[in-house]
Design a protein around this ligand. Sequence first.
Ligand code: ZN
Ligand code: ZN
Length: 363
Amino acid sequence: MKSKAVVAHELNKLAVEEVEIDDPKAGEVLVKIGATGVCHSDLSVLNGTIPMAMPMVLGHEGAGVIEKLGEGVTNVEVGDHVVLSFVPTCGECYFCERGEHHFCSVGAPNGMMFDGTSRVHLGDRDLFTMQFLGCMSEYSVVPAISVVKIDKNIPFEQAALVGCGVMTGAGAAIKTAEVQPGSTVAVFGCGGVGLSTVQGARIAGAGTIIAVDLNEDKLALAKEFGATHTVNASDDPVGPVREITGGIGVDYSFEVIGVPSVMAQAYAAARRGGTVCIVGLGKLTETVPLNAMLLSVEGKKTIGSFYGNANFRVDMPMFLDLYKSGKLDLDRMITKTYGIDEALKAFEDLESGVNARGVIVYE
Ligand SMILES: [Zn+2]
Ligand SMILES: [Zn+2]
């Protein structure tokens, strides 16, 4: 079948193309996509920060309806609404057996399906798909173990956000760092993921939530989502963060941008014995210098958070329940929606940082 899709042809060359999509093979499903969030990681693939094979259909934060089942699929039915996970969960690998589903190692994320072939073609070329999903497309064939059924009453735009930004950001606060009630938190970086971390800290019951960013508009947004204090990072923000906590530093410090110097700030802002949680993705060539004496003396727990420690089949419906009960605000996370023909504009807006989240919606 034909489908319009957002294709990264080569570095920094993006186009909306009409691609040909095959039927799902065994263990796969065809999804009619309802909405796709435009995430910073899509841009990072396009500009080479995250190296991936091209030409690739982008998109890894999506929700939609199951249209067709491949052989042997039993976890969903045609007509089910689903959120897509950018990490499949096989349940059988080394990591899944240890309850670390977010590290599931089934298949190689090389842009092909598990059997090493592609379901998407442009002319006579096979296209790669991002994280087995490539869901910036009207239709996509994905592994059945990459989808979870959700409540049909939840709009696709809101549901899509849970597939990456919310799971990554709120998951870091609730699942990875396990923020405790009454604790003090600082969040460095208030884009879509950072705002989700602010929300996660609020849901977990943090008493003080300090949002740190260069952009006053984003700081104002962070306050709406639960920040109790804001610090503009145009001057060194570590002093002000420590001051707000009586000179002690925060219990939990999150870096949600992926910039080494900001990671060092997040480390410095945590109290002795506190937790430093790195959510942002820097470049593979970059390193973060840490003081060789204070690493021990200050006894901080420095932890990386990948995909918010997601067990997505449990956690994504959990976040959508929090949305339904009014505890997680997804409505105001969506600043703007775009048709697929406006995808290039959506990427421009992402780069200029005007949206909490831009979302592509389909007819
Ligand atoms: Zn993402
Ligand atoms: Zn696995």
